[in-house]
Design a protein around this ligand. Structure first.
Ligand code: ATP
Ligand code: ZN
Length: 300
C-alpha cells in the first residue's frame, strides 16, 4: 500500500507522444525507479514519488479527484477538461503548475483542398468534426459564430471525405497527416505543449515541500537543456566586442591570466546553444583557447 500522506503520486501518459519525455524529465530531476509487475506503476526508490500510467485524457480527472497529486498532460487536454468542469459548476479546479518544453502542437481548423477559408466567419453554418468540442465551442461563442460541432472520438481527419463534416478541428504538429488527407491548415485556435497540473486540494506539508523541490528541479532541467559553459582567452581591448558575441549570457567571470598583462580568461554560462558560427566570430574578434562545455545541472 502506498503511503498517500507522504508519497507524491504523479499521473503520466501510459503510451503515446508524451510518455518518453515525461519519464525522462523525472529521471533528469533525479528520480530512480523500479517498475511494478503490471507496468501500470513506477515506484520511486530515492524520492517519495510514484508514477501512475494512464490514458492522457484521464489525467485531469485523476488530479481533479485527488487520486493523483500531479499530472503531466497537454494544454489541449487541460483546456478541454477545464471548460467541461467549469460548465458543470465544479470548483475548485486543478491548477496548472508550469508548462514544459515538449509536446508542442496546435489545435487548428483544417479544410479540404480547394475549399476557401478567409477567417472564422467562414465557419458559419458549417459542420466541424473534432475531439475537442469544448475548446471549439468556446472559440465559436467568442467569435459569435453558429456552426455545428460533430464530436468524434478519433480519426477526425477522414470525416470530410466520409461526408460527416465540412471542416475539422484537430491537433497538428508537422501537418503531414493533413496533407495525406488532402486538407490544409486554415486557422489555429490553441497553441499547446505539455504542462504539469496539481490537485485542487491542499496537500500535507511534506508533499508540498516535494512539489516545490520538483518544480525547482524541472526549472533547472529546462534551463540546462540549451545552456553551455564557455571558456576562452581574450585580449582586454576586445572584451566589449567578445561579450556581445556570447549568446544569452549574463555577467561573465573575467580573470587575469598568469604571466599576461593584455589577456584575460572569460567564463560564461550561455543560455542558448553555441554554434560553430559563434566560435568563428569569437575567434575573429580575437578570442583564443575557446572551450564549450555542456551544463549538467543548474539552480538559480
Ligand atoms: P491516449 O491513448 O493516451 O489517449 P492519444 O492518442 O490521445 O493517447 P497522443 O497522440 O499520444 O495521444 O498525443 C498525446 C498528446 O501529445 C496530445 O494530447 C498533444 O498534447 C501532444 N501532441 C503533440 N504533437 C501532436 C500531434 N501531432 N498530434 C497529436 N497530439 C500531439
Ligand atoms: Zn488521449
Amino acid at each position: 500500500m502506498i503511503d498517500k500522506a507522504t508519497r507524491l503520486k504523479v499521473a503520466l501518459q501510459k503510451s503515446g507522444r508524451l510518455t518518453d519525455n515525461s519519464l525522462d524529465l523525472l529521471v533528469r530531476c533525479g528520480l530512480k525507479y523500479s517498475r511494478g509487475k503490471d507496468q501500470l506503476m513506477c515506484y520511486g526508490e530515492n524520492m517519495p514519488l510514484d508514477v501512475l500510467f494512464v490514458r492522457d485524457d484521464d489525467i485531469p480527472d485523476l488530479v481533479q479527484q485527488d487520486v493523483c497529486d500531479l499530472g503531466i498532460v497537454g494544454l489541449n487536454v487541460i483546456e478541454e477538461k477545464r471548460i467541461a468542469f467549469e460548465a458543470r459548476g465544479i470548483s475548485p479546479l486543478f491548477e496548472q503548475v508550469m508548462t514544459l518544453d515538449y509536446g508542442r502542437c496546435r489545435l487548428s481548423i483544417a479544410v479540404p483542398e480547394g475549399t476557401e477559408y478567409k477567417d472564422a466567419r467562414s465557419l458559419r453554418g458549417k459542420r466541424i468534426a473534432t475531439t475537442y468540442p469544448n475548446i471549439l465551442g468556446r472559440f465559436l461563442r467568442e467569435k459569435d459564430i453558429e456552426a455545428e460541432i460533430v464530436t468524434l472520438s478519433g480519426a477526425v481527419e477522414i470525416a470530410p471525405r466520409l461526408g460527416r463534416a465540412d471542416f475539422i478541428c484537430d491537433l497538428v504538429s508537422t501537418g503531414s497527416t493533413l496533407v495525406a488527407n488532402h486538407l490544409w491548415e486554415a486557422d489555429t485556435i490553441l497553441e499547446s505543449q505539455a504542462a504539469i497540473i496539481r490537485t485542487p486540494i491542499p496537500v500535507p506539508n511534506e508533499k508540498q515541500e516535494w512539489i516545490r523541490r520538483l518544480s525547482l528541479r524541472i526549472d533547472g532541467v529546462q534551463q540546462v537543456k540549451e545552456s553551455k559553459y564557455i571558456m576562452l582567452h581574450a585580449p582586454r581591448a576586445q572584451l566589449a566586442e567578445i561579450r556581445k558575441l556570447l549568446p544569452g549570457s549574463e555577467a561573465p567571470t573575467i580573470m587575469p591570466l598568469e604571466g599576461s598583462t593584455d589577456k584575460v580568461a572569460v567564463h560564461a554560462v550561455c543560455r542558448e546553444n553555441v554554434f560553430w558560427e559563434t566560435l568563428e566570430s569569437l575567434k575573429s574578434a580575437g578570442a583564443s583557447a575557446i572551450l564549450v562545455l555542456p551544463v549538467e545541472k543548474m539552480m538559480a
